[in-house]
Design a protein around this ligand. Structure first.
Ligand SMILES: [Zn+2]
Length: 301
């Protein structure tokens, strides 16, 4: 059966069609309309056009930022403001006349990597997206672990573990607390830490490049960052004990993390030996839309 995956974003929406072996047979990207009715029309059109072109009907999965309810897809915290509070999933099921599965972008990311990506075949996978924010999802035996509150994996607003001198109480976070993991390990978190210590404002890729070129202040900032992220992931590993951690998002492009974090996290993990792997995503920016396609397939196969 054809698997259609849709990545519904705040400004762009992408659809892909996957064959059973994961090969891609269609991909299209359009602007996301600004009204709820417009979004419903756009999604119905994308599906109809894809199926018309390919001559077959598909399963449908949708990935979107925010926190969709598994029951009716009502969204909260979505950056597509017109979708918040709307029963998107219920309306789409009626409109398309078939099951539709929806999950957040971090869950789609981890499902993509656990299905045929960097963690293919692994039993327990923790997928992290670290960029301007910090999202994460969990896949167990090739399925997304959603959880009773649909927040499984969301550890970004737990406090930074094993805080040291100078790390308390930590910066104020938009969630209302102080010192959340996200305020330290997100891109803006690294930028703010580097700025407060060195007085220079640099984006994370520039900090990583400067460190590689021997800039002492950048090296110190990156070293502090690595220890904080290692602690944050060690916390997850102690609880979930995943086979693999996949590190996506902009911060996942800092290559030395794949070497440094596994060297650092051992001292915080309650085991004399740590076999958990840390890997970059196989599909990068395509993981969200591919995971959405697998999401729909799981529901109907
Ligand atoms: Zn927070």
């Amino acid at each position: 059966m054809l698997r259609l995956g849709i990545d519904l974003g705040g400004t762009k929406t992408e659809i892909i069609a996957l064959n059973a072996d994961g090969s891609e047979c269609l991909r299209r990207r359009v602007a996301t309309p600004g009204s709820y009715a417009g979004v419903l029309d756009m999604l119905a059109t994308l599906v109809a056009e894809a199926e018309g072109e390919l001559g077959q009907r598909g399963s449908i999965g949708i990935g979107t930022p925010g926190a969709p309810s598994a029951v009716d897809g009502r969204l909260k915290n979505s950056n597509s403001v017109c979708l918040n509070g709307q029963p998107l999933l219920r309306d789409l099921r009626a409109r398309l006349g078939r099951p539709v599965t929806m999950s957040n972008d971090a869950n789609c990311f981890v499902l993509s990597e656990a299905t045929d990506g960097a963690a293919a075949g692994d039993a327990v996978v923790f997928g992290v997206i670290i960029g301007t924010g910090t999202g994460a999802g969990i896949a167990v035996h090739g399925r997304v672990l959603t959880g009773a509150n649909a927040i499984a994996g969301e550890w970004g607003h737990n406090p930074l573990p094993w805080p040291g001198t100078g790390e308390l109480p930590g910066a104020a976070c938009y969630c209302g607390k102080h010192g959340c993991i996200e305020t330290w390990v997100s891109g803006p978190g690294l930028r703010a830490d580097h700025q407060s210590r060195s007085g220079t404002t640099m984006e994370p890729p520039a900090i990583a490049e400067a460190a590689a070129n021997g800039d002492a202040a950048a090296e110190e900032s990156l070293t502090r960052y690595e220890d904080r992220l290692a602690r944050s992931l060690a916390h997850v590993i102690n609880l979930l004990d995943p086979d693999t951690v996949v590190l996506g998002g902009g911060m996942g492009n800092i290559v030395r993390l794949y070497d440094s974090l596994p060297r650092l996290w051992g001292r915080y993990i309650f085991s004399d030996r740590v076999d958990t792997r840390l890997v970059p995503p196989r599909y990068g920016d395509s993981s969200g839309v591919r995971g959405a396609a697998w999401l729909g397939a799981l529901d109907t196969d």
